[in-house]
Design a protein around this ligand. Structure first.
Ligand SMILES: Nc1ncnc2c1ncn2[C@@H]1O[C@H](COP(=O)(O)OP(=O)(O)OP(=O)(O)O)[C@@H](O)[C@H]1O
Ligand SMILES: [Zn+2]
Length: 501
């Protein structure tokens, strides 16, 4: 638990548009729900920024001593090609395009997403909730709110946004651009009472069949995407829970719609009052949003054909943790522009950090808390760094500053090595950077013509030649390696003797 002397954890709440001290709903606990991917395609690295952010939040909550329950969902049904109420189901569309079963599509892309989660050292949440496992709960939730908040049309059961207070309060559109802008692009459906009304249950049109459809009081069909997240978060974490996360696009439609449903549910079927005067019954106390990873050409999107996958970075010889480092260097609420130069700089920084921390490799401090670090790290050169690191993370997850404090800690000399090791280990774990051997960071790009064992063997032959002053042989080996795309780095201060060009 947070001690009186610790920096209070403050988090920016999109709902109140303020950084606020974190006050858990249940003492000592933190319950967090993160909107998960729609598994119709591979995630791009922009999508993965959302999970690096959610993981960083979880790690900071652990660091601060909270007992964390993190839930991430997998959306395998219901997300339309437009976040608002138009278009086709993304999953059905991809299954049709590939002439495959939707269940196979979902399985394949869920596995691909999980592989990226592991590669980025993102901790496993307490539960992955799969939307199609919660259909009965979704029907029960919709049944509870329908009489007061919904109406039925031929195409489905619609939520009437005028039945809840402050609809769209979360969305920037409401205060800065006027609600009409955002809603102007929502496709008109005959009979809708308000432009922003959305389907919480979508009926399968007469004469059509969907691969995924279920019976409901409103006919055969499928749940709406917004309904899914309200149901899974409330069911697993209980309303109200502490923090709901997602990318900044969710602040405009998906989360306002979740909030509207949560308000309706808490009034009709849930706890009478959640004791949250200013964020009345919105389901979660704090709503947090990561900003986008962008390319020079604009927001990265997997709906638009070509996109950057983590695997592409790996194929080009970048360790996936270089991408984690890139994310940590920016504040999660800032837009981050992706470039290969930037990724390379992040990789070099990571190499340098891990090379400097080399001697500390045996230390296992995963999940270390501030309290445990304070108890062991008392040296006057180190204790102030604990404090500064904590201050940075507590300041709305300022990982950019925390990283610089970590680098200072690694560079501290003439201190008790065990204390230094515990401190560095704990800092790395709070940022989700594993203390891997630096050689593991070296990845062979798929286009390379030579493998690492061959390179290492050539390097040994070259060393022997040089020791024997046989410079002709040593130069010939270097030239041969250069021809295969390997640069020999004599006198490299990081101790890396070669790199792939
Ligand atoms: N460029 C981006 N940078 C950061 N986060 C993003 C980016 N694009 C999407 N996200 C976030 O990634 C998470 C997963 O999104 P999801 O799988 O629903 O993507 P999507 O909306 O279907 O795809 P697309 O990337 O085409 O918009 C969401 O929290 C979303 O807000
Ligand atoms: Zn969601």
């Amino acid at each position: 638990m947070t001690q009186a002397t610790d920096h209070p954890l403050t988090l920016f709440n999109s709902l109140t548009r303020r950084a606020e001290p974190f006050v858990p709903v249940h003492a000592g606990e933190a319950r967090v729900y993160s909107c998960g991917p729609t598994v119709y395609n591979y995630p791009h690295i922009g999508n993965m920024r959302a999970y690096v952010f959610a993981d960083t939040l979880g790690r900071v909550l652990t660091w601060k001593g909270y007992d964390l329950t993190h839930v991430i969902n997998i959306t395998d049904v219901g997300h339309l090609t437009d976040d608002a109420d138009a278009g086709e189901d993304k999953m059905e569309k991809m299954a049709a395009a590939k002439a495959q079963s939707i269940w196979d599509i979902a399985r394949h892309y869920t596995e691909a997403y999980w592989a990226d989660i592991r590669a980025l050292n993102i901790r496993q949440p307490a539960q992955w909730t799969i939307a199609t496992d919660f259909i009965d709960d979704m029907i029960a939730f919709a049944t509870a709110i329908a009489p007061k908040h919904c109406y039925e049309l031929d195409s489905g059961l619609y939520f009437d946004v005028s039945t809840v207070a402050d609809y769209g309060k979360l969305a920037r559109a409401v205060t800065e651009e006027g609600p009409e802008n955002e809603h102007a692009r929502i496709e008109a459906v005959d009979g809708k009472r308000n432009a922003a009304d959305f389907a919480i249950w979508r009926k399968t049109p007469v004469g059509e069949t969907r691969q995924m459809e279920w019976d409901s009081p409103w006919g055969r069909g499928a749940p709406g995407w917004h309904l899914e997240c309200s149901v899974m978060s409330g069911k697993v974490l209980g309303f109200p829970f502490d923090i709901h996360t997602g990318g900044i696009d969710h602040r405009e439609i998906h989360h306002p719609n979740e909030i509207a449903q949560n308000q309706a549910f808490c009034e009709c079927g849930g706890p009478e009052s959640m004791g949250l005067a200013d964020v009345a019954n919105s389901g979660a106390r704090v709503w947090m949003h990561n900003n986008f990873l962008v390319e020079r050409s604009g927001k990265m999107s997997k709906s638009s054909g070509e996109f950057l996958r983590l695997q592409l970075l790996i194929d080009k010889g970048y360790h996936p943790l270089a991408y984690r480092m890139l994310c940590l260097q920016a504040h999660y609420r800032s837009e981050l522009e992706f470039s290969w130069e930037g990724l390379n700089a992040a990789l070099v920084r990571l190499k340098r950090l891990l090379a400097a921390a080399r001697g500390l490799i045996e230390v296992v401090t995963d999940g270390a808390t501030l309290a445990s670090v304070r108890a062991t790290v008392t040296h006057p050169k180190l204790a102030p760094l604990v404090d500064r690191f904590d201050a940075a993370l507590s300041d709305d997850l300022n990982t950019a500053v925390a990283l610089t404090v970590l680098e200072e800690a690694v560079a501290v000399k003439k201190v008790d090595p065990e204390q230094k090791a515990s401190l560095v280990g704990a800092m790395l774990s709070a940022l989700g950077l594993p203390l891997i051997a630096r050689t593991e960071l070296r990845i062979r790009p798929t286009h390379a013509e030579i493998d690492e064992t061959e390179i290492e063997a050539a390097m040994v032959r070259r060393k022997t030649a040089r020791a024997e002053k046989d410079f002709a042989t040593s130069d010939a080996i270097r030239d041969d390696l250069a021809a295969k795309g390997v640069e020999v780095m004599d006198g490299d201060p990081l101790g890396w003797e070669w790199s792939l060009a």
